[in-house]
Design a protein around this ligand. Sequence first.
Ligand SMILES: [Zn+2]
Length: 103
Amino acid sequence: MSESSEKAQLYLLISGKYYLVERIRFEGERAATRGWRLTHFDDKLNHSPYCVIRQPSGRLSCECAHFTFAAQEEALQKSRESKQRIEPTCKHIDALKQIGLLK
Ligand SMILES: [Zn+2]
């Protein structure tokens, strides 16, 4: 049996799609950075994986289109309305928080 077939793998169902979830390891100065790589399980469309990153400052980011184009604008709008800082989010960040992989 090869090493890869013995390794445990985590799949996460997000909005009806399965993603392989892999920890991204950071070293040296970035060791406090946390990250997860989400790859479509059934990837007929050849999507690039999404990397969800928590910087040591606490700031979260995701590489998906929603986070990149909409979530930041939505958070800015909500922040203006509530006068509080609202962090942008997306379904990938929400799902990782829901199962406890991100705080
Ligand atoms: Zn996302």
